[in-house]
Design a protein around this ligand. Structure first.
Ligand SMILES: [Ca+2]
Ligand SMILES: [Ca+2]
Length: 295
């Protein structure tokens, strides 16, 4: 009888201690950071006020950036409709975007979030739409993603980031063409928010500052440690990567043949890469000796 009481008492004390410990942790560490909305007119309730829009000249007549009234998709009363027409065949030239230039701080953590819906999913024989969401610093450093929408359900997409430098960051949404088949892409957009959510997360890279993080950087061991990559949607002949071995120096040779026309060379590439662990917030330098040869 005595033993039984002892066991019950032990269990009671243990539980009590555990609860107190959890409470202490939560009080000391979870003071919530005051989340701050940075951009204005995030839900397009004021039309395109404060938003910068761009439609490439070549698709001026057929691309659409337009604020529309309430549907089931809408947060509030209005949303945005973006249409990239099938005449857009080159992502570097034929694009549209909507964004805001924001003054951000490189010691803070931000969240980019937006609600999107691909609405012509059933009209075409393609499997997805590609939505580009990015935060671009004045020095050309990007944070963000190309997000692939596979169905017509509304979705929240986004990412967390810290800008590379203080000052202007262009936060925008854009649509991309498909490499194989050129079709209209129409999406709805609402509630595009850039929010400050905390202080920058920063770990100093512990490795020696001058060490080369690439393995086999001079190709002395051929392709060892390198992964080959290529994209050849138009089946262009002769695209390749080889190791040349002459004058006691192994070198990589990438060959990119001429195509029938410039559209065929869009989205075509050959190359090699290595996966390397990098620490966010640290600076890295990449350099290579490159010699372009013409046949
Ligand atoms: Ca809205
Ligand atoms: Ca070499």
């Amino acid at each position: 009888m005595k033993k039984k009481v002892n066991i019950i008492l032990f269990g009671f004390i243990f539980s009590t201690m555990l609860i107190q410990f959890t409470l202490c942790r939560s009080i000391s560490s979870s003071k919530p950071y005051p989340i701050k909305l940075i951009n204005t007119n995030p839900g397009f309730e004021e039309g395109l006020d404060n938003w910068d829009t761009y439609i490439a000249p070549a698709i001026q007549g057929s691309a659409i950036i337009q604020v529309r009234n309430k549907t089931k998709f809408t947060e509030g009363n209005r949303h945005l409709l973006l249409k990239l027409p099938k005449t857009a065949v080159n992502n570097q030239e034929h694009y549209i975007h909507v964004g805001q230039n924001l003054k951000l701080n490189s010691n803070k953590l931000y969240r980019y979030s937006v609600k999107v819906q691909w609405i012509n999913a059933d009209n075409h024989n393609i499997s997805n739409a590609v939505v580009s969401i990015w935060a671009k610093n004045a020095d050309g450093i990007f944070n963000g993603n190309d997000v692939i929408l596979k169905d017509n359900k509304p979705k929240k997409i986004g990412f967390k980031f810290t800008p590379d430098s203080n000052g202007k960051t262009f936060c925008y949404i854009a649509l991309l063409t498909h490499p194989k088949k050129f079709i209209d892409t129409i999406i709805l957009v609402d509630d595009l928010r850039i929010e400050e959510t905390g202080k920058r997360e920063f770990t100093t890279d512990p490795r020696d500052q001058k060490s080369n993080l690439l393995k086999n950087p001079s190709f002395d061991h051929g392709f060892k440690n390198w992964i080959k990559t290529y994209n050849n949607p138009h089946n262009i002949d002769g695209l390749n990567q080889i190791i040349l071995d002459s004058e006691n120096n192994k070198r990589l040779r990438l060959f990119f043949p001429k195509g029938k026309n410039s559209t065929h060379l869009n989205n075509t590439w050959t190359g090699i890469f290595q996966k390397i662990k990098l620490y966010s917030g640290n600076s890295y330098k990449i350099s290579a000796s490159i010699h372009r040869q013409f046949p």
